[in-house]
Ligand binder design. Structure first.
Ligand SMILES: Nc1nc2c(c(=O)[nH]1)N=C([C@H](O)[C@H](O)COP(=O)(O)OP(=O)(O)OP(=O)(O)O)CN2
Ligand code: ZN
Length: 119
């Protein structure tokens, strides 16, 4: 069974490795949309794969590190593409939520990166 929980945060970023004439080279902001997907058997007692309340409580401290921040100033996010934000979230969340199978990070409703580990 797959379950997904969605979160949002507001943040500024620039992409220093993009060419200077690239529109994302300059500082700008996004309303980021994050989806955490978890997979596992449904516990016959609770009816849950993992309690959404537990997922939210586990992810909240990481979300607070991102929300209303300049992502470039966060360790490991010096080049904060959607891809690198997804990997950063995965690396810190997977040890806490072993059932995690995918992290999706959308900068806009039409652009996102999805990371499933090790690629
Ligand atoms: N593969 C990637 N390509 C780009 C990334 C990325 O993270 N991974 N990021 C950007 C910029 O952050 C850019 O802001 C992305 O948004 P954009 O497509 O430009 O959409 P905007 O909302 O900023 O602009 P619109 O006016 O809505 O088009 C670029 N590429
Ligand atoms: Zn951007």
């Amino acid at each position: 069974m797959k379950i997904t929980q969605a979160f949002t945060f507001e943040a500024a970023h620039c992409l220093p490795k993009a060419p200077e004439n690239h529109r994302c080279h300059q500082m700008h902001g996004h309303s980021y949309h994050v989806e955490l997907r978890l997979e596992g058997p449904v516990d016959p007692d609770t009816g849950f794969v993992v309690d959404f309340v537990h997922v939210e409580a586990t992810f909240r401290p990481l979300l607070q590190r991102l929300d209303h921040q300049c992502l470039n100033q966060i360790n490991g996010l010096e080049n904060p593409t959607a891809e690198s934000v997804a990997i950063w979230i995965w690396d810190q969340t997977k040890p806490l939520l072993p059932e995690l199978t995918s992290v999706k990070v959308a900068e806009t409703p039409t652009c996102w990166a999805e990371y499933e580990g090790q690629s």
